[in-house]
Design a protein around this ligand. Sequence first.
Ligand SMILES: [Zn+2]
Length: 157
Amino acid sequence: MSPRNGPNGDPGEDVRPYANGRRHATLDMMAITPPALSLLSERLPSLRADLERSRAWLRHEIEERQRYLALPSAASDEGIGHDSAEDLYERDLRLVELASYERDLRDVDAALGRMRCGIYGTCLDCGRPIPLDRLGARPQAGRDIECERAAQLKAAR
Ligand SMILES: [Zn+2]
């Protein structure tokens, strides 16, 4: 028997200079694109489609309300005092809806704009990635939950 390990020596005792190299390779593999980012780019087409659908829907709803509100009221047509409480309620309701849909449309347009600039999915305030389940539920979100709450509190003050 030769004292040196031949090519058929016990692999368990074979201390290779590549032992570290293998460890590096593993770390390198982990250093590729952060998983959140690559998942986001996979979801981007469907999020964009959602936003575009919302935008078309919102535009339609806004136009409908603008048309309704532009109609001459019963009062101007048939004399003062003819407006029923119901008519007034309907107009108020549509005004509130109109304002809310216009706000939503601005958010949706802004999100589509961020997609075009390549900054979609990153919190506007802290710069951290917005969790995918939040974007799935609200594709127009520009902030993560924590920053959104803080922004709302600030706006309410
Ligand atoms: Zn944030």
